[in-house]
Each structure stands twice: as structure tokens, then as C-alpha cells.
Design a protein around this ligand. Structure first.
Ligand code: ZN
Length: 377
């Protein structure tokens, strides 16, 4: 008997019915299903066309729940997708069918375990799903080597899980920590922006950085160079990237357009300010995409087209990155841009949220997280 009893089916249990599950096999049709359970095909023909269509595309492996007495079905639940299911109920000698929403149960749980075998094994033992370990691995990827966890490593996790008939459908990690005598790694899901942060409000993962052009060649790197048009030694405050005339130029990270227009020698240009305080410049454009000053753009969004405007010896993109009013080497931009650091009100709100969360779930690791001196990045 399953540990969780389907709520819908509970009232009938008093009469010693039993619950069975069946996996929808490839090639199986709804009419096969009806015949196999001695249900008249009239039931199928009575259904609206939309439901018939949905029944034709039940994914292989879908779980069907059956409530049976002796050998006949009292109730059946068949998933239709889109959060709906078909409920078949025996009424006297006939069967009727209804479309009802799939019911999920959402619960928040905490688990604290020493890792004795492996993260996935030990967490599966406790949570009965592999989803918790998988997500923890994703959250701490590049930060923790899960194949070489030191002896005595402990894992603590608070997670929300969505279940259907005891089967875990979705897991969302609210907090996770991995600690041993060498390190303590911490991740909190910030409900405001859905990113994971450590206990100091520093994001675990960076923002996506994309290349401003899909294909390019670097013709002039960052640094001092003899200017090809001005014929003088000058600081080259960016990199020159060559691609074909009209090639789409993309924002390297999400941000706000703070300049769109002509910029002297840089010709047609765009400047984008990113959340981390960096500003990126895209110059010598042929023209702009449909963007305007003040507009939010996403990483990878096309903002203009490669051209030859301003002081330029041929079609290329001048790409510059500015930090605290100084141009920096764009190749050093990667990774640095990455971190989000909460500050001001956002940080206050985040800190009070995480303290509340740990107080509510009373984790033993709490003191370890907050009593340690601020770790270096
Ligand atoms: Zn340049």
C-alpha cells in the first residue's frame, strides 16, 4: 500500500478497495484501456472532441491511478496534461467521466544529514526523490566537488516539494548548505529575484554574458596602439572585432540603454549600463535595432548592426567596457560582471528573510552559518 492515499479516493476506502497504478505503455490507446477494464467504449464516444484529442496523446510512462474492488475499476485517474485529468467513476453498472484538475500537495521540509555514501544516495534515503540532490549539485556546481566530499561533510536543506499521490513532482530548494571542516557553502533562494545568494547577499551564479558578435576576429586588442587614422600612439580603450558588414551586434549582458546616438569618432554607438555597475559600449555601428534610451535589454538582444561609422578604417565593432569611470580590458570583464551583490534595502530585506527562514525551520547549522567571520570570495 502506498504511504500517501489519494485524497479523492479516500471516502471509498472503507469498503476495502485497493489502489493500483499502471504506467501508460507506448502504443496503448484509451480504447485499449477501456476494453482491458471491461468498460464500454460508449464512454469514449460520449467525451467531447477536445478530451478525445488529449487522450490520443497521453505520454508513454504516464501514471494512471486505479481504485479497484475485486477485479473491476471503481475509479480511475488519467492525466491529460495542462494540469487536468480525466476521472472515471463507476455509478451502479455504468461508468461516467469527468475532467478535473490534478491535485498537488505542496509542503516545505527540512533535512540535515551527514554524507556517508554520496550526496545523491544519502539525500534520496531521506527525501525519497533524486530531485533534491540534483538541484543542490546544480546550485553549487563549480563551487563544490561532489565526487570528493571530505569525510564528515554534512548537508542541510530546506525545500518545497509538490507531490501527487506521494510522488514528488517538483522540488524547489529554499536553502542549502554543505559544510565540513574545510568550508561551509551556503545558498539561499531570494524570493524577490529567484537567484541564489550566500548569507552575505552575494549571488552564487553570475549573470549570463554573451559575446557581442556571433563570429568575429579580434583586430585590435585593448591597450596602447598606434592609431591607424590619427597616426599617433593612443590608448585603445576597448577591443576591435571584425565580422561582416551588417552583422547583428548583441548586448553582452542584461541592462539599460543609457546612450543611443552619434559619439564623435565612435560614430553610431550604444551604451548599456549593467546592474553590477559596468557600462558597455558598442561603436562604429551601421545602424541601431529598435531600441531607445532607457530601455531594458536582455543578454544577447540585438541592439544594432556592425558598420563603419565615425573614425574607422573598415567595418568593425569597437567594444568597450567601463568600470568606475575607467575603461577596462573587456576580456577581464567575464566573470567580474557575473556577481550580483545585494545592497541597501534589497539586502536588508534578504537578510531578514533568511534569518526568519532558519528560525522557522530550526536548523542545527544556523550558528555555523552566521557566527563565522565573513569568508573571502
Ligand atoms: Zn576600437
Amino acid at each position: 500500500m502506498r504511504r500517501f492515499l489519494p485524497l479523492l479516493l479516500i471516502p471509498a476506502l472503507a469498503f476495502s478497495y485497493r489502489i493500483e497504478t499502471e504506467n501508460w505503455q507506448s502504443g496503448k490507446t484509451f480504447t485499449h484501456f477501456l476494453s482491458a477494464h471491461n468498460i464500454s467504449l460508449d464512454l469514449y464516444y460520449s467525451l467531447p472532441n477536445q478530451v478525445k484529442r488529449a487522450l490520443r496523446t497521453i505520454p508513454t510512462g504516464s501514471r494512471i491511478f486505479l481504485l479497484k474492488d475485486k477485479d473491476s475499476i471503481k475509479q480511475a485517474l488519467i492525466p491529460l496534461g495542462g494540469g487536468k485529468q480525466l476521472q472515471i467513476i463507476r455509478k451502479g453498472k455504468k461508468y461516467i467521466a469527468k475532467i478535473i484538475p490534478v491535485k498537488y500537495i505542496t509542503k516545505t521540509e527540512k533535512v540535515e544529514v551527514p554524507i556517508e555514501n554520496s550526496l545523491s544516495y544519502d539525500l534520496f534515503e531521506k527525501t525519497h526523490t533524486n530531485k533534491v540532490a540534483l538541484q543542490i549539485q546544480k546550485i553549487f556546481q563549480h563551487k563544490v566537488d561532489f565526487y570528493k566530499l571530505p569525510r564528515g561533510t554534512r548537508v542541510g536543506v530546506i525545500f518545497k516539494k509538490k507531490t501527487r499521490f506521494g510522488e514528488v513532482k517538483k522540488v524547489e530548494i529554499l536553502f542549502a548548505t554543505i559544510s565540513n571542516r574545510y568550508y561551509t557553502k551556503v545558498a539561499f533562494l531570494n524570493p524577490v529575484d529567484h537567484r541564489y545568494y550566500d548569507q552575505y547577499g552575494r549571488s552564487l551564479k553570475g549573470e549570463m554574458i554573451v559575446s557581442p558578435l556571433s563570429h568575429y576576429k579580434i583586430t585590435s586588442p585593448f591597450g596602447m596602439r598606434f592609431h591607424p587614422i590619427l597616426h599617433r600612439w593612443r590608448m585603445h580603450e576597448g577591443v576591435d572585432l571584425v565580422s561582416y558588414y551588417g552583422a547583428p551586434v548583441k548586448a553582452v549582458a542584461s541592462g539599460v540603454v543609457i546612450f543611443k546616438g552619434r559619439m564623435g569618432g565612435y560614430g553610431r554607438a550604444v551604451k548599456i549600463k549593467h546592474r553590477s555597475g559596468y557600462i558597455t559600449l558598442y561603436a562604429h555601428l551601421k545602424g541601431w535595432a529598435h531600441i531607445h534610451r532607457g530601455q531594458r535589454v536582455k543578454a544577447g538582444q540585438v541592439i544594432g548592426y556592425l558598420g563603419n561609422s565615425g573614425l574607422s578604417t573598415g567595418p568593425h565593432l569597437h567594444f568597450g567596457v567601463m568600470k568606475s569611470h575607467r575603461w577596462i580590458n573587456p576580456f577581464k570583464f567575464k566573470g567580474k560582471e557575473a556577481k550580483f551583490i545585494l545592497a541597501g534595502k534589497a539586502k536588508k530585506r534578504f537578510l531578514s528573510y533568511i534569518h526568519n527562514l532558519l528560525d522557522r525551520y530550526k536548523l542545527a547549522c544556523r550558528t555555523k552559518i552566521f557566527n563565522r567571520k565573513k569568508a573571502k570570495n
